[in-house]
Design a protein around this ligand. Sequence first.
Ligand code: AMP
Length: 221
Amino acid sequence: MNIIILGPQGSGKGTQADMISEKYNLLHIETGKILREMAKSDDPLSKEIRETMMEGRLVSDMILGKIIEGVLQTKDKRGLLLDGTPRDITQYDLIKNILERRGERIDRVILINISEEETIKRLTSRRTCERCGNVYNIVTKPSPNGDMCECGGLLVQREDDFPESIKKRLQLYHEQTGAVLSEAKREGILIEINGERPVEVIFKDIVDAIEKINGENTVKN
Ligand code: AMP
């Protein structure tokens, strides 16, 4: 079973992705996280990645292709949970083609939807641990240690979580990811979920949708 989870920045898709991948033993691939690690490393592409991310643009298809190919080459039998990818229709086609060659497909595209106002509110209050990457929110999930993480690392605001970058990222999201959502809808595999509700309620809706896929696969086998 291969699933894509998408949503505007701050929709909580990362939290849901962690819960889904654990429950269904899926390989969770978060391209944003992989790219942030590459940006900090001595990878020859790090400068380009860092600049692109700070400006709120998408990294090139070449860089993304390298990441996806790399992950798929080392992948075990587990299904995939793609978190934050594909960002546009070219990436969607690329991923579908790679999976098709392996006799697999995308089973569902899950969209966690929140309003633009909510996105800006949530992202400007997000803080990330410099050391372990743990994510807090100064309004909804503050660290018990103030501006330090529970691991002792310093909590910082991501460089692309400032209003100008957020606006740019949201504009891109609507322009580019919108086409992926329309295509998934046309294919009959889009599941839309209201993300402005408690985490457990959203998770239950997702589990119900996934159980339907499992039901379909059982009928086919
Ligand atoms: P995210 O953590 O998903 O918000 O991603 C942070 C940044 O990483 C984005 O603004 C992009 O610059 C880059 N990024 C993440 N995923 C992709 C992708 N699939 N394609 C291109 N750029 C990406």
